[in-house]
Design a protein around this ligand. Structure first.
Ligand SMILES: [Zn+2]
Ligand SMILES: [Zn+2]
Length: 337
């Protein structure tokens, strides 16, 4: 932050890479908001979709990007009761209205006025951000920053594993070992499953086995991933892998569709779903999943080492986004000093 009340921010201006701009340091305006000092903020596949040409995910032009953040409360609005300056928090970026028909049915992740910090309103790729107190979840200062900044994507994986309803002793095949697929490998293993990862990139396959997969296979090895009976659970962490999932799952098994690709459409063999009595389950962000994701990282037993491939300064964000696009990174996190 400069002395004239401005700060550097990585801003969405359209397809390409984020634009570095000097922005006024945000101030509290609503009584339910808090001002955070950002410690670390991750970049993710959603950011790449936002910046793609044509865009694969909508976003508000002019918004400060960044929705995977850990920070410290600096100032609180008049109505904030549960947080105080100095509290370290992770931010649940998806906001809901609480009053629409979906919110009233307890489906707040399907709120019709759904909004996301770092996509539709200013996020964490800047040294300061104002967010609603309701989005902030305290986290122990003992959790390393790079792990704390993984809580947001981990929370969505917690929801995916919840949808899978995995039971110890079951087998799970994870299709795709990017950051999310790797977290699925780790959490499914932690939950007692035998995990098989399928991934084209060798270094990601190596990470998958380090994080809990029993084996990691190349994409040509679906028959091997299937084994004799087929997997109890198959997770598509990519967004295009339903046909492959149908090949690998056992009869009466579960397929969790987690990855999202708005441009993909694929022909499927519907007969196989009916004949084999499959459960095909969509998993979208989740709700009330932050407390469990935080508990997992505070317990320190879930293996997440190696998912973060690089930490960069805010100035290097445009370059880092270009590297991510080329597949040169797993997860990049940004320190907005
Ligand atoms: Zn993300
Ligand atoms: Zn709503």
């Amino acid at each position: 932050m400069s002395t004239n009340g401005t700060m550097l921010a990585a801003v969405f201006r359209g397809p390409g890479v984020p634009v570095l701009e000097e922005r006024p340091v945000p101030r509290l305006e609503r009584a339910g908001d808090v001002l955070l000092d950002v410690e670390l903020c991750g970049l993710c596949g959603t950011d790449l979709h936002v910046l793609a040409d044509p865009p694969g995910h909508p976003a508000e032009p002019g918004v400060v990007l960044g929705h995977e953040l850990v920070g410290t409360v600096v100032e609180i609005g008049a109505d904030v009761v549960d947080l105080e300056p100095g509290t370290r928090v992770v931010v649940a970026p998806n906001l809901n209205c609480g009053t629409c028909a979906y919110c009233r049915r307890g489906l707040r992740n399907h709120c019709i006025r759904f909004s996301t910090i770092g996509i539709f309103r200013d996020g964490g790729l800047a040294s300061r951000v104002v967010v609603p107190a309701v989005a902030c979840h305290p986290i122990s200062p003992g959790v390393p920053a790079e792990i704390a900044a993984l809580v947001e994507p981990l929370s969505t994986v917690v929801h995916g594993v919840e949808r899978a309803a995995i039971f110890p002793g079951e087998t799970a095949v994870v299709l795709g070992a990017g950051p999310v697929g790797l977290m699925f490998c780790s959490l499914l293993h932690h939950a007692g499953a035998t995990v098989i990862a399928v991934e084209p990139l060798e270094e990601r396959r190596a990470l998958a086995t380090r994080l809990g997969a029993l084996v990691a296979l190349d994409v040509g090895s679906l028959a091997e991933a299937r084994g004799e009976l087929g997997a109890d659970v198959v997770v598509d962490a990519v967004g295009t892998q339903l046909p492959a999932a149908l090949e690998v799952v056992r009869k009466a098994g579960r397929i969790v569709l987690f990855g999202m690709n708005a441009g993909a459409s694929t022909e499927i063999h519907q007969y196989a779903i009916t004949r084999n009595q499959l459960d095909v389950l969509g998993a979208y962000v989740g709700q009330d999943v932050f407390p469990r994701a935080i508990a997992l990282v505070e317990q320190g037993r879930l293996s997440l080492d190696g998912i973060v491939s690089e930490r960069v300064a805010l100035e290097a964000v445009p370059e880092a986004v270009a590297d991510m696009r080329n597949g040169h990174e797993v997860k990049v996190q940004v320190e907005p000093v």
